[in-house]
Each structure stands twice: as C-alpha cells, then as structure tokens.
Design a protein. Sequence first.
Length: 539
Amino acid sequence: MYRKVLTLLIAVLLGSNAMAVIKNPMLWADCPDPDVIRVGDTFYLVSTTMHLMPGAPVMASKDLQNWETVGYIFDKLTDSPKYDMQEGTVYGRGQWATSLKYHDGKFWALLAPNEGGSMGDTYIFTAPKAEGPWTIHSRLRHFHDATLFFDEDGTPYVFFGTGEMCQLTRDLKGVVEGSLRHYFQREADERGLLEGTRVIKHNGTYYALLISHVYAPGRHRREVCYRTKDLNGTWEKNTVLESDFGGFGYLAQGTIVDTEEGDWYGIMFQDRGGVGRVLTLSPVRWLDGWPMLGDEYNKVPEVMRPYKSGQPEAAIVKSDDFSAEKLGLHWQWNHNPIDNAWSLKERPGFLRLKTNRVVPNLYLAPNTLTQRMEGPTCSGYIRMDLTKMQDGDCAGLAAFNGDSGVLTIKKQGKKLVLEMSEQKVSLTDREKAVTNVEEKVVETIDLSAAYKAQSSKLKSQVIYLRLDGDFQAHHNDAANFYYSLDGEQWTKIGTENYRMVFDYRRFFMGSKFAIFNYATKKAGGYVDVDEFCYSKTEK
C-alpha cells in the first residue's frame, strides 16, 4: 500500500502531463531479449523479431521514453528456403538475442539464429551508423544468446550459453584457439539455462548479467550478475533483480546502461501473454559494487522520474497512408518478402499486395505485412480496395499468431464474402513445417449483397476492417473485430473478446496486426490498401 501511495505522489509531483513521467512498461509491446547501448546522447536498443523481415530492429531514444525504429541490421536471411516459407518455415526461429556494441567508431552486432547446422552459425555485422547500412563482417560457430564485448585494449570476446566465454581474433573472424572456457557453474536449483548474457565493464570490474530460472521454494525467475576484476580469475555472483510487476510474473533478461551524467538504468523484459514480452525500465543503484535494479524496495517501479524532458513524442507502432516512396520502418514482413509482388508506386498512395503463388492458408501466405500490437489497449483499421481480387483469393486483417483471429474477404467466383474465423496452426518441431491449420468460421457476411444494396452510395468495392486489442486484464488479452463499408458505421463481427495467446512452442512472439492477400487457386490478383490507421490508449 505504501509503495502505491508513493507512486501516486511521484506522479502528482511530476505533473499531470502523461509525457512528464516514464510509466512501466516502458514499451508495452513485443520487444524481447533487449540489448541497449548509449553513443553520445542517444540510446540504441535491439530486440528479437525471429521470422519477421527485415530483422534485428534498431530503435533509438534520447530520453528512454520515446523510442523510434531507425533501422534494421538485415533485410533478409537467405541461408535456407525455409526463410521463404519453402520446405518448412522459421516460425519462432530466425534471429534471436542480438548483441549491439559501439567500438572504434563503428557499430557492431552479433546474432545467431536459433537453428541447427549452418543455419545457426553466428553473424557479426558492422555499420558506420546505427541506421545502417549494415554489412556482414564474418560468420562463426553458433553462440547461443551471446554478447559481443570489447575490452578497453580492444580485445574482443564472446560470452554465451550458460557461463561460457571465448576470445575472438582481433579481426573478429575467428576464435582464439584454447580460449573457450566456463567462467561459472550454475547452482543446483538453477535447472534451466542461464542465458541472455550481457557484459559491461565499470570502474575496472567486469559484470555479466544473465536471466536465471530457479525452482526452489520462494525463488523466482530473476536477473543475476557475475563480476570479476580478472577475466581469467574467479567470478562472484549476486541476484540484482527478483521482482514481479503489474500483476504478472517475475521478470528478467536485459541489460544496464549509463547516461552522460553517470546515472544508470536497467532494461528488462517481462512476459505479458498475448501482447508478447514487454520492456520495463528501472533505476540502478550501485551497492557494494553491485548494480542493483529497482527502487528502494528492490521492485520495478510503476512510474519513474524522466531522464530528460522536452523530447518529441515518438513510437514504434504507427499509422501509415502509404504515400512514402519506401515502406516505413515500423512494418515487417512475415518471412522474406517477394519484392516483385508488392508495390507503393503502381498506385501512388496505396500499398498494392499481389498474389504470387498458390498457397493453402494464411500461415504459408507470402507478403503478409505486420506491426506489433500494444497495451494497454490499441486499435487499427485498414481501408482496402477489393476490385482486382480473383476467384479463390483471400485478403484481410488478422490478430496474427500461432492462434489467430482473422477477418478474411474471400472471392468465390464473382461473389465476395467476409468471414471472421479462429485459426490455429500446427508445426513440426524441427522444420517448423505447417502440418495443419484448424479453422473455425464464426460468422460470414455476404459482401456482394451488401455492396448491391448500397450501390448508389459506394463508388467501388472498398471495405474497412478493424481490430481492437485489450491487454489490461491479466490473461484476458481480448481482440474484437469490426467491418464497415463507409468508414463511419462499424459493425462488430465474430468472436466476442477473442483471446490472443502467447505460445513459445510455435511463434514465440506477441500477436501482430497483419495485412494479407493470398491466392488459393490462381496467382495474379491484387488488393490496394489505402491506409492503416492506428491508435492506442495511454496508461
């Protein structure tokens, strides 16, 4: 009770303006496995996006509150046809836990796809600036959840797995022979992996931060820290964060970063169900040489005093009228896109999505375009021209995940129908091949009849599709679906409060807004999307 009163008092003292405080979650959207660095007055954050392309998004902020995507480390991955949804998929695989560093005037990124064989080899990328262009510098053996670290003399290291490390050659193109070793052994009750390593050096001491899964009574998921003054010496251990937050479970995995003034902050993620894994911000208090995260009660605070005021508002999820020459950085494709099957130029001001190959379902559809959903509540709608759809084509808007709530316009001969369905994909464990899609059609609307009834008012076959997401209630994660023929009168359709879920065995990410168009009979049709209008509530 005292902590809640103190939280409210801080909010009052900082003013009523919502932008005057940093409220947790700092990013109430799917941004797992974060790494954060500061270069000058700018913080840069990378996160995991797995099967979405372009991949390894780089986000920037001046104040740790307003974040915007400024680039991606790669456009596509091409090691396997699975990235093109051929011979399997990479749902829940692909890019994981990228490490971001700035050294010797360059940005460096290390990532290893969560795959077996050569598909899982580690990439090291480099760029002159965070926005790119990024180029592949080298490929190395697989390092799970690794971090790249440059010592003060420039010696490069990789810390990875559960307490493993090795030295890299100066050119970052190989491993120094004989340097591989364990620098700690996990405790008896730490039966899961200690992973998500991030390493910093502060006042002559090396600090390695990792997530620890413990199963002993009274113990929870937590962030632990190992430290040493000698990389070849003994490492000490301490728990630096063990906190639940917001009615959800305990959180961990992330890093700490300093400001120009010498203050420190911790950024950790928390599993939040259907929206995905969100980012929290905590102060760091250096106690006895340990970076302790959280407030004076060792808890993630609900609100924090802003690091810097007066910064313009920014966001990682945005509306779009598709009038730009290039697709906005807030968008990602599901798997590698087919570049000649979409266009912003063929009809200026519209996103044209063409069918390119015949597929049986949404989960194998190329060129599905996505954005994150956000809490506490959010809403997005599209305006789509259906005039050039062909028999067998399916287009629409989905709350896309392993379990998806889907609004689909289907062209059946000369007839158009709108369906709201619940779809659930089954994947093989190894190849992530789609073996089955269970589809339950909840409601169907005869659009052709609706257009005919309003022919005097409607100039073409245009439809508005809307999806509202509500992530306020614990484990509710409700999606509701609407359609409109004029953009003014909305009709609810399908499942009431469709429950979005997070499933680590399949997609391993939060639900996304997804705009799609695919052919089930013959390629060649297309739809034109005029706009995506997005809004969210403030906390």
